[in-house]
Write a protein that binds this ligand. Sequence first.
Ligand code: PLP
Length: 382
Amino acid sequence: MTYRSNNRPTWAVIDLDSLAFNFHSCKDFIGNGIKVMAVVKADAYGHGAVECSKRLEAEGVDWFGVAIPEEGIELRQAGVTVPILCLGGFWAGQEAILLDNDLTPVIFQIEQAKILSAVASKRGVIVDIHVKVDTGMGRIGVRFDELLEFVEGLKTFTNLNIDGVMSHFAVADDLEQNDFTQLQQTRLDEAVATFRENGFAPKWIDMANSPGAIAHPESRGNMVRLGGILYGLGGDVLPQRINKPALKPVLALYTQIAHIKRVAAGESLGYGRTFLTERDSVIATLPIGYHDGYRRSLSNRGRVIVNGNFAPVVGRISMDWTIVDVTDVPTAKVGDKVTLIGDTGERRITVEEIGAELGTISYEITCGINGRVPKRFYNSGD
Ligand SMILES: *Cc1c(COP(=O)(O)O)cnc(C)c1O
């Protein structure tokens, strides 16, 4: 889509002041001079990577984490200057763009190290890398029990600097599985020792994601990698009943009533005719659908806020439209603002509760709000 209207009557509001609040709240909670990498992959979990990163950079963040080099380039082109780690490494052929854009890759295969060192050598530069160790997540990383061979292999590459050693928790959010979290921690400690015994001096040791950083202080190393809690999504990613920093939601999602009509009892609404009116009803149609991230699985389950009252989603959510029953909101009319996620003062709908309703996590909901939904950034400094 080449033409995007910022005036579309379906929009997200990103409160950058709340983002900054969460950053400082987490940083104060973690304390001890521990550095913070803000994870802004996936367009900052759907919140807008460029604007969020610019604000976090102004607030003093130490690093950014992205999933793929393309996301790092977007930040560099927007003028971000702090170090950027590509958490998912890079694909063969992307070595030059890493160097061109000063992006630090995560490495977990010896071939990646070899080719990157060769490209750096041709340019006469030394390139920083962070080595990912798989201590139990089972996704990417050099397996902890195969690390020694890998570390010995690294010694042959002249143009690499091992700037960091990292790993990633699998269940830091579940305190009942603390044994496994502890096991991962021990394996990372051993991995770091292996690097040091082999003459490497990694500057950064990092393991903790949001639940790690908050629930497992011993896992903080000298940097934590925070994603969800910066966006205020602590309600489902942090364990219950622990001490935690104050967090504010950052994203709200709104639309406006596009059409309104009276429907007699006994009529069907929407695809599949999954809803039949039980009473004479007033039905409003909203210009938001599952392409915008308002998930189809909320059909006949979700609810929105219209003029201070909840109104249930009725019938199937389609790609571009959602139907709600406003019979009990007599003031509802075309053009009224509708809150799908947010706090109106009288009522609120959190991302966490939508995630729970759908059997998923808040991250999947915010990540689904895509580019067709214009974002309005609220910045009290503006
Ligand atoms: C996404 C990600 C994070 C951030 O996780 P949160 O739970 O959002 O804090 C940290 N580290 C890595 C490697 C990640 O992929």
